[in-house]
Design a protein around this ligand. Structure first.
Ligand SMILES: *Cc1c(COP(=O)(O)O)cnc(C)c1O
Length: 223
C-alpha cells in the first residue's frame, strides 16, 4: 500500500480529537513529503541529528515532535524549533529544557513519560516517582516549559489483557494527576499512547495522541 492511502486509512480510524503523530524516524525525506503532501503536518522523530537535518531540509510548517529518549546535552539542538517533547523522564531533563527554551525565548510543551510496561529497558517515571515529583512542586516555577500531559508505551506483548491493563493504569493516573495538580490548567489534556500495533486499544483508553510509524511508512530499515 502506498503512504498516502495508508495515512488516509489510519486517519479514518481515529476519532475526532485524537492527533496523529506520523513517526518518520529512519524514513527518507521523500517518504515524509508524501505524507506531507497528503496533508499531514505533525511528525515524530527520536534522534536529534536526524530530526534537525529533516527540519532544515523540509517545509517550515511541519510540527516536529521529539518522541524518544532525549539526552540533556542534546536539548539545545532542538529547542529552537521542536513543537513538543514527549518523553521527559527526569527533573534534570526538564530543567535543561527550561534553560534552553528560555535561551530561545520559547515555551516548549512537554509530556511526562510514565514507566508502566514490564520491559526493564524502558525509560520513564514510576507512578510513585511522578506523584512525588509533581507534589514537590518545583516545576511550578518553570516558565519556559509547559507540562501538557503524559506519555507511555505499553509492553510489546501479544496479551491484549495486559496491554489493556497498562493503558487503563495510565488513563486512571492521568485523571488522578489532572485532579490533584492540573485542575486549573486546561492545557494539561494530552495522553500520548498507542503505536501501530496497539493504537486501537490505546484509543479505547482515552489516548489523545497516537504515535504511528510502521502502519503509515512501512517497516523501518535500520542501517
Ligand atoms: C518508533 C516509535 C513509535 C512508532 O512505532 P511504530 O510501531 O512504527 O508505529 C512510537 N513511539 C515511540 C516512542 C517510538 O520510538
Amino acid at each position: 500500500m502506498n503512504i498516502q492511502s495508508a495515512l488516509k486509512e489510519v486517519l479514518a480510524s481515529l476519532p475526532e480529537g485524537v492527533t496523529l503523530v506520523a513517526v518518520s524516524k529512519f524514513h527518507s525525506e521523500e517518504k515524509l513529503m508524501a505524507a506531507y503532501e497528503a496533508g499531514q503536518r505533525v511528525f515524530g522523530e527520536n534522534h536529534v541529528q536526524e530530526m534537525t537535518r529533516k527540519y532544515e531540509a523540509l517545509p517550515k510548517d511541519i510540527q516536529w515532535h521529539f518522541i524518544g529518549h532525549l539526552q540533556t546535552n542534546k536539548v539545545k539542538y532542538i529547542a529552537p524549533f521542536v513543537s513538543m517533547i514527549h518523553a521527559v523522564d527526569s527533573f534534570k531533563l526538564l530543567k535543561e529544557i527550561e534553560k534552553q527554551a528560555a535561551n530561545c525565548d520559547r515555551v516548549i510543551p512537554v509530556l511526562l513519560e510514565l514507566h508502566i510496561a514490564e520491559e526493564e529497558t524502558k525509560y520513564g517515571w514510576s507512578l510513585e516517582q511522578c506523584r512525588q515529583f509533581l507534589a514537590d512542586g518545583e516545576w511550578r516555577q518553570m516558565t519556559h516549559v509547559h507540562i501538557v500531559g503524559l506519555m507511555m508505551m505499553a509492553s510489546y506483548v501479544d496479551d491484549e489483557a495486559q496491554i489493556n491493563a497498562e493503558f487503563q493504569l495510565a488513563s486512571d493516573f492521568f485523571d488522578e494527576v489532572k485532579r490533584d495538580f492540573f485542575a486549573d490548567d486546561p492545557a494539561f489534556s494530552q495522553r500520548s499512547w498507542g503505536m501501530s500495533h496497539d493504537y486501537p486499544l490505546a484509543i479505547q483508553h482515552h489516548s489523545t495522541m497516537v504515535r504511528i510509524g510502521t502502519a503509515i511508512f512501512g517497516e523501518r530499515v535500520y542501517q
